[in-house]
Design a protein around this ligand. Structure first.
Ligand code: SF4
Ligand code: SF4
Length: 453
Protein backbone atom coordinates (compact mmCIF):
# COMPACT_ATOMS: atom_id res chain seq x y z
CA UNK A 1 0.00 0.00 0.00
CA UNK A 2 1.20 3.51 -0.71
CA UNK A 3 1.55 5.32 2.56
CA UNK A 4 0.29 8.90 2.54
CA UNK A 5 3.77 10.33 3.00
CA UNK A 6 4.85 8.53 -0.20
CA UNK A 7 1.82 9.55 -2.23
CA UNK A 8 -0.34 12.39 -0.89
CA UNK A 9 -3.98 11.39 -0.45
CA UNK A 10 -5.03 14.57 -2.26
CA UNK A 11 -3.40 13.18 -5.44
CA UNK A 12 -5.69 10.14 -5.41
CA UNK A 13 -8.90 12.05 -6.09
CA UNK A 14 -10.75 10.02 -3.47
CA UNK A 15 -14.02 11.41 -2.19
CA UNK A 16 -16.56 10.16 0.34
CA UNK A 17 -18.41 7.23 -1.22
CA UNK A 18 -21.43 7.51 1.07
CA UNK A 19 -23.16 9.87 -1.36
CA UNK A 20 -22.16 13.36 -0.25
CA UNK A 21 -18.76 13.34 -1.97
CA UNK A 22 -16.67 15.27 0.54
CA UNK A 23 -12.97 15.18 -0.49
CA UNK A 24 -11.25 12.52 1.63
CA UNK A 25 -7.88 14.28 1.92
CA UNK A 26 -9.61 17.17 3.66
CA UNK A 27 -11.60 14.93 5.99
CA UNK A 28 -8.46 12.99 6.93
CA UNK A 29 -6.54 16.18 7.62
CA UNK A 30 -7.99 15.95 11.16
CA UNK A 31 -5.44 14.96 13.80
CA UNK A 32 -5.65 13.41 17.26
CA UNK A 33 -9.15 12.03 16.84
CA UNK A 34 -10.88 10.11 19.57
CA UNK A 35 -12.87 7.99 17.13
CA UNK A 36 -12.54 7.12 13.47
CA UNK A 37 -15.85 5.52 12.52
CA UNK A 38 -16.15 3.42 9.37
CA UNK A 39 -19.74 3.59 8.18
CA UNK A 40 -20.78 0.13 7.03
CA UNK A 41 -24.40 0.59 8.13
CA UNK A 42 -25.71 0.79 4.58
CA UNK A 43 -29.18 1.53 5.89
CA UNK A 44 -30.71 2.38 2.51
CA UNK A 45 -32.89 -0.61 1.59
CA UNK A 46 -31.81 -2.83 -1.35
CA UNK A 47 -28.15 -1.72 -1.40
CA UNK A 48 -25.46 -4.29 -0.50
CA UNK A 49 -22.19 -2.76 -1.66
CA UNK A 50 -20.52 -2.09 1.67
CA UNK A 51 -21.07 -5.49 3.18
CA UNK A 52 -19.97 -7.19 -0.04
CA UNK A 53 -16.73 -5.19 0.05
CA UNK A 54 -16.12 -5.94 3.72
CA UNK A 55 -16.65 -9.63 3.11
CA UNK A 56 -14.70 -10.07 -0.13
CA UNK A 57 -12.00 -7.37 -0.13
CA UNK A 58 -11.12 -7.59 3.54
CA UNK A 59 -7.33 -7.26 3.22
CA UNK A 60 -7.51 -4.12 1.11
CA UNK A 61 -10.08 -2.68 3.52
CA UNK A 62 -7.82 -3.21 6.53
CA UNK A 63 -4.86 -1.74 4.65
CA UNK A 64 -6.96 1.39 4.10
CA UNK A 65 -8.11 1.45 7.69
CA UNK A 66 -4.55 1.32 8.91
CA UNK A 67 -3.69 4.21 6.59
CA UNK A 68 -6.64 6.31 7.85
CA UNK A 69 -5.83 5.61 11.48
CA UNK A 70 -2.17 6.43 11.03
CA UNK A 71 -2.94 9.68 9.25
CA UNK A 72 -5.53 10.87 11.74
CA UNK A 73 -3.85 9.38 14.84
CA UNK A 74 -7.28 8.16 15.98
CA UNK A 75 -7.35 6.52 19.39
CA UNK A 76 -10.16 4.12 18.53
CA UNK A 77 -11.38 2.83 15.20
CA UNK A 78 -14.96 1.59 14.93
CA UNK A 79 -16.32 -0.52 12.08
CA UNK A 80 -20.08 -0.01 12.17
CA UNK A 81 -22.03 -2.94 10.71
CA UNK A 82 -25.59 -4.10 11.25
CA UNK A 83 -25.97 -6.90 13.78
CA UNK A 84 -28.38 -8.64 11.41
CA UNK A 85 -25.30 -9.87 9.55
CA UNK A 86 -23.76 -12.22 12.16
CA UNK A 87 -21.56 -14.03 9.62
CA UNK A 88 -20.03 -10.73 8.50
CA UNK A 89 -19.46 -9.64 12.10
CA UNK A 90 -17.72 -12.96 12.80
CA UNK A 91 -15.62 -12.56 9.65
CA UNK A 92 -14.52 -9.07 10.72
CA UNK A 93 -13.89 -10.18 14.30
CA UNK A 94 -11.56 -12.86 12.98
CA UNK A 95 -9.92 -10.40 10.59
CA UNK A 96 -9.16 -8.09 13.51
CA UNK A 97 -7.91 -10.95 15.67
CA UNK A 98 -5.72 -12.26 12.82
CA UNK A 99 -3.90 -8.97 12.71
CA UNK A 100 -2.00 -7.89 15.77
CA UNK A 101 -3.07 -4.58 17.19
CA UNK A 102 0.21 -3.09 16.01
CA UNK A 103 -0.19 -4.44 12.51
CA UNK A 104 -3.73 -3.18 12.15
CA UNK A 105 -3.42 0.12 13.87
CA UNK A 106 0.26 1.03 13.83
CA UNK A 107 2.36 1.35 16.96
CA UNK A 108 3.06 5.02 16.90
CA UNK A 109 -0.06 6.24 18.59
CA UNK A 110 -0.05 4.70 22.05
CA UNK A 111 -2.55 1.94 22.49
CA UNK A 112 -5.16 2.32 19.81
CA UNK A 113 -7.95 -0.21 19.60
CA UNK A 114 -10.15 -1.41 16.81
CA UNK A 115 -13.72 -2.37 17.58
CA UNK A 116 -16.82 -3.53 15.81
CA UNK A 117 -19.87 -1.38 16.35
CA UNK A 118 -22.93 -3.59 15.81
CA UNK A 119 -25.96 -1.53 14.84
CA UNK A 120 -29.67 -2.26 15.03
CA UNK A 121 -31.53 -2.81 11.77
CA UNK A 122 -33.23 0.56 11.64
CA UNK A 123 -33.36 3.48 9.26
CA UNK A 124 -31.30 5.68 9.17
CA UNK A 125 -28.65 3.81 11.18
CA UNK A 126 -25.96 5.18 8.87
CA UNK A 127 -26.86 8.82 9.36
CA UNK A 128 -23.70 10.59 10.53
CA UNK A 129 -25.42 12.07 13.59
CA UNK A 130 -26.76 8.63 14.57
CA UNK A 131 -23.40 6.93 14.06
CA UNK A 132 -21.43 9.49 16.01
CA UNK A 133 -23.87 9.14 18.89
CA UNK A 134 -23.82 5.33 18.78
CA UNK A 135 -20.02 5.24 18.78
CA UNK A 136 -19.19 8.04 21.18
CA UNK A 137 -22.42 8.87 23.04
CA UNK A 138 -21.71 12.45 21.97
CA UNK A 139 -24.16 14.68 20.13
CA UNK A 140 -22.84 17.08 17.54
CA UNK A 141 -23.57 20.71 18.37
CA UNK A 142 -26.10 22.56 16.22
CA UNK A 143 -24.57 23.12 12.82
CA UNK A 144 -21.50 21.13 13.83
CA UNK A 145 -19.55 18.31 12.21
CA UNK A 146 -18.28 15.04 13.75
CA UNK A 147 -14.88 16.64 14.31
CA UNK A 148 -16.47 19.00 16.87
CA UNK A 149 -16.89 15.95 19.12
CA UNK A 150 -13.58 14.27 18.24
CA UNK A 151 -14.93 11.99 15.49
CA UNK A 152 -14.57 11.43 11.77
CA UNK A 153 -16.95 9.19 9.81
CA UNK A 154 -15.68 7.49 6.65
CA UNK A 155 -17.47 5.17 4.23
CA UNK A 156 -16.32 1.54 3.71
CA UNK A 157 -15.51 2.07 0.04
CA UNK A 158 -13.53 5.22 0.78
CA UNK A 159 -11.38 3.21 3.20
CA UNK A 160 -11.04 0.47 0.59
CA UNK A 161 -9.80 2.99 -1.98
CA UNK A 162 -7.19 4.23 0.47
CA UNK A 163 -6.07 0.63 0.91
CA UNK A 164 -5.63 0.31 -2.85
CA UNK A 165 -3.31 3.32 -2.81
CA UNK A 166 -4.26 4.17 -6.40
CA UNK A 167 -6.18 7.07 -7.95
CA UNK A 168 -9.95 6.76 -7.86
CA UNK A 169 -10.90 5.54 -11.34
CA UNK A 170 -13.66 3.05 -10.62
CA UNK A 171 -16.78 2.73 -8.54
CA UNK A 172 -18.48 -0.13 -6.77
CA UNK A 173 -22.25 -0.07 -6.92
CA UNK A 174 -25.25 -2.30 -6.36
CA UNK A 175 -27.53 -2.49 -9.41
CA UNK A 176 -30.94 -3.87 -8.55
CA UNK A 177 -34.72 -3.47 -8.68
CA UNK A 178 -36.82 -4.89 -11.51
CA UNK A 179 -33.83 -6.46 -13.28
CA UNK A 180 -33.03 -10.12 -14.08
CA UNK A 181 -29.80 -10.44 -12.03
CA UNK A 182 -29.13 -7.88 -9.30
CA UNK A 183 -25.43 -7.56 -8.58
CA UNK A 184 -22.71 -5.51 -6.96
CA UNK A 185 -19.99 -4.63 -9.40
CA UNK A 186 -16.94 -2.43 -10.00
CA UNK A 187 -17.13 -0.24 -13.11
CA UNK A 188 -15.02 2.60 -14.53
CA UNK A 189 -16.25 6.03 -13.42
CA UNK A 190 -18.00 7.80 -16.27
CA UNK A 191 -19.61 4.87 -18.12
CA UNK A 192 -23.21 5.44 -19.19
CA UNK A 193 -25.87 4.47 -16.65
CA UNK A 194 -27.54 2.47 -19.43
CA UNK A 195 -24.35 0.39 -19.82
CA UNK A 196 -24.22 -0.20 -16.08
CA UNK A 197 -27.87 -1.31 -16.01
CA UNK A 198 -27.15 -3.77 -18.85
CA UNK A 199 -24.76 -5.65 -16.55
CA UNK A 200 -27.81 -7.08 -14.77
CA UNK A 201 -28.99 -8.66 -18.02
CA UNK A 202 -31.71 -6.12 -18.67
CA UNK A 203 -32.02 -5.16 -22.33
CA UNK A 204 -34.90 -2.74 -22.37
CA UNK A 205 -35.53 -0.03 -19.78
CA UNK A 206 -38.86 1.01 -21.29
CA UNK A 207 -41.44 1.50 -18.55
CA UNK A 208 -38.79 1.69 -15.82
CA UNK A 209 -37.38 4.63 -13.89
CA UNK A 210 -33.87 4.43 -12.46
CA UNK A 211 -32.92 5.85 -9.06
CA UNK A 212 -29.32 6.96 -8.52
CA UNK A 213 -28.65 5.91 -4.90
CA UNK A 214 -31.00 4.35 -2.38
CA UNK A 215 -34.79 4.47 -2.44
CA UNK A 216 -34.99 6.86 0.53
CA UNK A 217 -32.45 9.53 -0.38
CA UNK A 218 -31.54 8.74 -3.97
CA UNK A 219 -32.39 10.91 -6.95
CA UNK A 220 -34.42 10.04 -10.02
CA UNK A 221 -32.39 9.88 -13.22
CA UNK A 222 -34.42 12.03 -15.57
CA UNK A 223 -32.36 11.45 -18.73
CA UNK A 224 -31.08 7.89 -18.79
CA UNK A 225 -29.12 8.50 -22.00
CA UNK A 226 -27.21 11.49 -20.64
CA UNK A 227 -26.38 10.24 -17.14
CA UNK A 228 -23.08 8.57 -16.24
CA UNK A 229 -21.85 6.66 -13.19
CA UNK A 230 -20.24 9.23 -10.92
CA UNK A 231 -17.86 8.89 -7.97
CA UNK A 232 -20.79 9.38 -5.59
CA UNK A 233 -23.02 6.68 -7.07
CA UNK A 234 -23.50 3.76 -4.67
CA UNK A 235 -26.44 2.12 -6.35
CA UNK A 236 -28.83 2.09 -9.29
CA UNK A 237 -32.37 0.85 -8.73
CA UNK A 238 -34.83 0.31 -11.59
CA UNK A 239 -38.52 0.37 -10.67
CA UNK A 240 -41.68 0.47 -12.78
CA UNK A 241 -42.79 4.01 -13.61
CA UNK A 242 -46.08 3.41 -11.81
CA UNK A 243 -44.47 2.17 -8.56
CA UNK A 244 -45.78 4.39 -5.70
CA UNK A 245 -42.23 5.34 -4.72
CA UNK A 246 -41.47 6.57 -8.24
CA UNK A 247 -44.79 8.41 -8.40
CA UNK A 248 -43.92 10.22 -5.15
CA UNK A 249 -40.33 10.93 -6.16
CA UNK A 250 -41.34 12.41 -9.49
CA UNK A 251 -44.15 14.61 -8.20
CA UNK A 252 -43.17 18.24 -8.89
CA UNK A 253 -42.86 20.78 -6.06
CA UNK A 254 -46.10 22.51 -6.94
CA UNK A 255 -47.94 19.19 -6.78
CA UNK A 256 -46.37 18.46 -3.39
CA UNK A 257 -47.44 21.85 -2.16
CA UNK A 258 -51.01 21.27 -3.31
CA UNK A 259 -51.11 17.87 -1.58
CA UNK A 260 -49.55 19.38 1.55
CA UNK A 261 -52.27 22.02 1.74
CA UNK A 262 -55.10 19.57 1.24
CA UNK A 263 -55.16 17.01 4.00
CA UNK A 264 -52.66 17.43 6.85
CA UNK A 265 -54.50 17.12 10.15
CA UNK A 266 -51.40 18.08 12.18
CA UNK A 267 -51.25 14.69 13.92
CA UNK A 268 -47.46 15.31 14.35
CA UNK A 269 -46.51 11.68 13.53
CA UNK A 270 -43.94 13.01 11.06
CA UNK A 271 -42.21 14.91 13.85
CA UNK A 272 -42.57 12.16 16.44
CA UNK A 273 -40.71 9.67 14.20
CA UNK A 274 -38.16 12.10 12.73
CA UNK A 275 -34.70 10.68 13.56
CA UNK A 276 -33.14 14.12 14.01
CA UNK A 277 -36.00 15.22 16.31
CA UNK A 278 -35.49 12.03 18.36
CA UNK A 279 -31.79 12.86 18.71
CA UNK A 280 -32.83 16.15 20.26
CA UNK A 281 -32.52 18.59 17.36
CA UNK A 282 -35.29 21.18 16.93
CA UNK A 283 -36.65 19.97 13.53
CA UNK A 284 -40.47 19.72 13.39
CA UNK A 285 -41.73 18.78 9.91
CA UNK A 286 -45.41 19.16 10.91
CA UNK A 287 -44.68 22.87 11.26
CA UNK A 288 -43.38 23.02 7.68
CA UNK A 289 -46.66 21.35 6.67
CA UNK A 290 -48.65 23.92 8.63
CA UNK A 291 -46.68 26.73 7.02
CA UNK A 292 -47.47 25.24 3.59
CA UNK A 293 -51.15 25.12 4.51
CA UNK A 294 -51.59 28.60 5.86
CA UNK A 295 -48.87 30.93 4.60
CA UNK A 296 -45.88 31.03 2.28
CA UNK A 297 -42.59 30.30 4.05
CA UNK A 298 -41.34 33.78 3.30
CA UNK A 299 -44.16 35.38 5.26
CA UNK A 300 -43.02 34.07 8.58
CA UNK A 301 -40.37 32.46 10.70
CA UNK A 302 -42.74 29.70 11.63
CA UNK A 303 -40.99 26.65 10.13
CA UNK A 304 -37.44 27.93 10.54
CA UNK A 305 -36.39 24.71 12.40
CA UNK A 306 -36.63 22.95 9.04
CA UNK A 307 -32.97 23.89 8.50
CA UNK A 308 -32.19 20.83 10.66
CA UNK A 309 -33.78 18.41 8.16
CA UNK A 310 -31.28 15.85 6.80
CA UNK A 311 -33.75 14.87 4.04
CA UNK A 312 -33.81 11.22 5.15
CA UNK A 313 -37.38 10.87 3.88
CA UNK A 314 -38.74 8.88 6.82
CA UNK A 315 -41.54 11.37 7.47
CA UNK A 316 -42.88 11.34 3.89
CA UNK A 317 -42.24 7.71 3.01
CA UNK A 318 -43.09 6.05 6.33
CA UNK A 319 -44.44 8.20 9.14
CA UNK A 320 -47.29 10.17 7.61
CA UNK A 321 -50.52 8.14 7.76
CA UNK A 322 -52.00 10.31 5.01
CA UNK A 323 -49.10 9.81 2.57
CA UNK A 324 -48.37 13.53 2.56
CA UNK A 325 -45.00 15.14 1.79
CA UNK A 326 -43.57 16.63 5.03
CA UNK A 327 -39.99 16.06 3.84
CA UNK A 328 -40.61 17.99 0.66
CA UNK A 329 -42.16 20.87 2.62
CA UNK A 330 -39.33 20.80 5.18
CA UNK A 331 -36.77 20.89 2.37
CA UNK A 332 -38.53 23.84 0.72
CA UNK A 333 -38.59 25.68 4.02
CA UNK A 334 -34.96 24.74 4.71
CA UNK A 335 -33.80 26.12 1.38
CA UNK A 336 -35.75 29.31 1.92
CA UNK A 337 -34.43 29.93 5.45
CA UNK A 338 -30.81 28.98 4.66
CA UNK A 339 -31.06 31.29 1.65
CA UNK A 340 -31.99 34.24 3.82
CA UNK A 341 -29.00 33.64 6.10
CA UNK A 342 -30.38 31.50 8.93
CA UNK A 343 -27.61 29.38 10.45
CA UNK A 344 -27.92 26.21 12.48
CA UNK A 345 -25.52 27.73 14.98
CA UNK A 346 -28.21 30.35 15.76
CA UNK A 347 -29.71 27.74 18.12
CA UNK A 348 -27.84 27.76 21.40
CA UNK A 349 -29.47 25.01 23.48
CA UNK A 350 -27.55 21.74 23.49
CA UNK A 351 -29.53 18.85 21.95
CA UNK A 352 -30.85 16.20 24.34
CA UNK A 353 -31.92 12.70 23.36
CA UNK A 354 -35.69 12.13 23.29
CA UNK A 355 -36.68 9.50 25.90
CA UNK A 356 -38.66 7.54 23.28
CA UNK A 357 -35.87 7.41 20.68
CA UNK A 358 -35.17 3.66 20.89
CA UNK A 359 -38.84 2.70 20.94
CA UNK A 360 -39.65 4.78 17.87
CA UNK A 361 -36.95 3.45 15.59
CA UNK A 362 -38.24 2.21 12.24
CA UNK A 363 -36.97 -1.24 11.25
CA UNK A 364 -35.94 -1.87 7.65
CA UNK A 365 -38.55 -4.65 7.36
CA UNK A 366 -41.38 -2.26 8.22
CA UNK A 367 -39.92 0.35 5.91
CA UNK A 368 -39.60 -2.07 2.98
CA UNK A 369 -43.22 -3.09 3.44
CA UNK A 370 -44.46 0.48 3.64
CA UNK A 371 -42.61 1.66 0.54
CA UNK A 372 -43.55 -1.43 -1.46
CA UNK A 373 -40.07 -2.84 -1.97
CA UNK A 374 -40.33 -6.24 -0.25
CA UNK A 375 -40.43 -8.01 -3.64
CA UNK A 376 -37.21 -6.29 -4.69
CA UNK A 377 -35.24 -7.13 -1.55
CA UNK A 378 -32.85 -9.58 -3.20
CA UNK A 379 -29.20 -10.47 -2.87
CA UNK A 380 -26.76 -8.58 -5.10
CA UNK A 381 -23.47 -10.53 -4.93
CA UNK A 382 -20.14 -8.93 -5.80
CA UNK A 383 -19.47 -10.03 -9.38
CA UNK A 384 -16.35 -9.74 -11.53
CA UNK A 385 -16.99 -8.51 -15.05
CA UNK A 386 -14.67 -8.63 -18.04
CA UNK A 387 -16.01 -5.86 -20.26
CA UNK A 388 -14.01 -3.24 -22.13
CA UNK A 389 -15.95 -0.01 -21.93
CA UNK A 390 -15.25 2.09 -25.01
CA UNK A 391 -16.10 5.57 -23.76
CA UNK A 392 -16.32 7.47 -20.48
CA UNK A 393 -17.53 10.96 -19.71
CA UNK A 394 -15.97 12.28 -16.51
CA UNK A 395 -17.82 15.24 -14.93
CA UNK A 396 -15.46 17.87 -13.51
CA UNK A 397 -17.61 18.13 -10.40
CA UNK A 398 -18.52 14.89 -8.67
CA UNK A 399 -17.63 16.14 -5.20
CA UNK A 400 -18.35 18.89 -2.71
CA UNK A 401 -16.31 21.98 -3.59
CA UNK A 402 -15.02 23.60 -6.78
CA UNK A 403 -14.95 21.69 -10.10
CA UNK A 404 -11.62 20.14 -11.12
CA UNK A 405 -9.57 22.09 -13.65
CA UNK A 406 -8.78 20.08 -16.82
CA UNK A 407 -5.06 19.60 -17.52
CA UNK A 408 -5.55 17.74 -20.82
CA UNK A 409 -6.92 18.84 -24.18
CA UNK A 410 -8.81 17.14 -26.97
CA UNK A 411 -6.56 14.75 -28.87
CA UNK A 412 -4.26 13.95 -25.92
CA UNK A 413 -3.54 10.28 -25.24
CA UNK A 414 -4.10 9.26 -21.61
CA UNK A 415 -3.52 6.14 -19.55
CA UNK A 416 -5.93 4.80 -16.96
CA UNK A 417 -5.06 6.42 -13.61
CA UNK A 418 -3.42 9.46 -15.22
CA UNK A 419 -4.38 12.77 -13.66
CA UNK A 420 -6.54 14.79 -16.08
CA UNK A 421 -8.00 17.38 -13.72
CA UNK A 422 -6.61 19.11 -10.68
CA UNK A 423 -7.92 20.89 -7.60
CA UNK A 424 -8.17 24.67 -8.11
CA UNK A 425 -5.57 26.46 -6.02
CA UNK A 426 -6.58 27.06 -2.39
CA UNK A 427 -10.05 25.61 -3.02
CA UNK A 428 -11.90 22.61 -1.67
CA UNK A 429 -11.97 20.02 -4.44
CA UNK A 430 -10.80 16.67 -5.77
CA UNK A 431 -8.36 15.60 -8.48
CA UNK A 432 -9.74 13.77 -11.51
CA UNK A 433 -8.14 10.78 -13.26
CA UNK A 434 -8.70 8.92 -16.52
CA UNK A 435 -10.83 5.86 -15.84
CA UNK A 436 -9.88 4.14 -19.13
CA UNK A 437 -6.86 4.46 -21.43
CA UNK A 438 -7.52 6.19 -24.72
CA UNK A 439 -7.70 9.54 -26.43
CA UNK A 440 -9.37 12.65 -25.01
CA UNK A 441 -12.32 13.24 -27.35
CA UNK A 442 -13.66 16.39 -25.75
CA UNK A 443 -13.00 18.80 -22.91
CA UNK A 444 -16.14 20.79 -22.25
CA UNK A 445 -17.05 23.21 -19.50
CA UNK A 446 -18.30 20.43 -17.28
CA UNK A 447 -16.73 17.12 -18.36
CA UNK A 448 -13.83 15.33 -20.04
CA UNK A 449 -14.72 12.57 -22.52
CA UNK A 450 -12.25 9.78 -23.28
CA UNK A 451 -12.66 7.15 -26.00
CA UNK A 452 -10.65 4.00 -26.36
CA UNK A 453 -8.42 3.76 -29.42
S1 SF4 B 1 -47.81 15.62 7.46
FE1 SF4 B 1 -48.84 13.70 7.93
S2 SF4 B 1 -47.79 12.98 9.78
FE2 SF4 B 1 -47.28 15.13 9.56
S3 SF4 B 1 -48.76 16.22 10.77
FE3 SF4 B 1 -49.58 16.14 8.69
S4 SF4 B 1 -50.85 14.32 8.61
FE4 SF4 B 1 -49.58 14.14 10.45
S1 SF4 C 1 -36.80 14.14 6.04
FE1 SF4 C 1 -38.39 14.21 7.58
S2 SF4 C 1 -37.82 12.64 9.05
FE2 SF4 C 1 -35.99 13.08 7.87
S3 SF4 C 1 -34.92 14.70 8.99
FE3 SF4 C 1 -36.23 15.73 7.51
S4 SF4 C 1 -38.08 16.16 8.64
FE4 SF4 C 1 -37.00 14.58 9.80
Amino acid sequence: MNQPNEFPISELGIIGCGGAGFPTHVKLAARGLDYLIVNGAECEPLLHKDKELLEHLTDQFFAGLRCAIEVTQAKIGFIAVKEKYPALLKHLEKAIADRSSAEVMGERFGNPRLQLLPLGDFYPAGDEYELVYEASKRLMPHGGIPLNVGCVVVNVETILLLGGGKPMTSKFLTITGKVPHPLTVEVPIGIAVREAMALTGIRDLTGLTVIDGGPMMGKIITDIDAEVVKKTCGGLIALPNEHPLIVKMTRPNEGNRRVARSACDQCTDCTELCPRFLLGYPIKPHKAMRAAQFAPFNDQNYSVESVFCCECGLCSLFACPEDLPPREMAVMAKKYHLGRGVKLTDWKNAPTIHPMRSARRVSIDRLLKKIGLLDYDRKAPLTNIEIRFEKVKLPLKMHIGAPSIPIVKAGDRVQVGQKIGEIPEKKLGAALHASISGRVAEVSGDAITIVRE
